[in-house]
Design a binder for this molecule. Structure first.
Ligand SMILES: [Zn+2]
Ligand SMILES: [Zn+2]
Length: 136
């Protein structure tokens, strides 16, 4: 199989115990349905499901064809809806194509969401209480 981005050879390999098909040159790779959830560290929720939207997105490369489905054109989806990390997704089998560096961006993004959703600290609660007191 050839990489659709740079035409180099795609090889199967394992990363973090997950089987992927990676391009030796550009380091982009294919993951099957369910594997992105396992690959990206996160606390809760189905990040694959949260990433599937049907809006138009622009990406650095054109439309890809799924490596696992014959001739199936993939769609562009926004990782967790508002991240601006654009992934290629196969509606037929649920596979993703991940460009080099996107795993790091996704983990960054997850971290920032989880930080924002974290329970407020005692200091924040006190500050909020002070600011919500009626002004004299
Ligand atoms: Zn490539
Ligand atoms: Zn597919």
């Amino acid at each position: 199989m050839k990489c659709q981005i740079c035409n180099n050879t795609i090889t199967p390999l394992k990363t973090k115990g997950i089987e992927i098909l990676q391009c030796e040159n550009c380091k982009g790779f294919w993951v099957k349905k369910g594997e992105l959830n396992r690959l990206i560290k996160h606390q809760a929720g189905d990040i694959e499901f949260s990433s599937i939207d049907h809006h138009m997105h622009y990406d650095t490369h054109g439309i890809l064809k799924c490596a696992f489905c014959d001739d199936q054109a993939m769609i562009k989806v926004n990782f967790i809806e508002y991240s601006d990390i654009i992934l290629d997704y196969c509606e037929e089998c649920g596979a993703f194509w991940i460009d080099n560096g996107e795993v790091e961006k996704m983990e960054e993004y997850i971290k920032s969401i989880e930080k924002n959703n974290a329970k407020p600290t005692i200091l924040e609660i006190i500050m909020n209480t002070i600011f919500s007191l009626p002004k004299i």
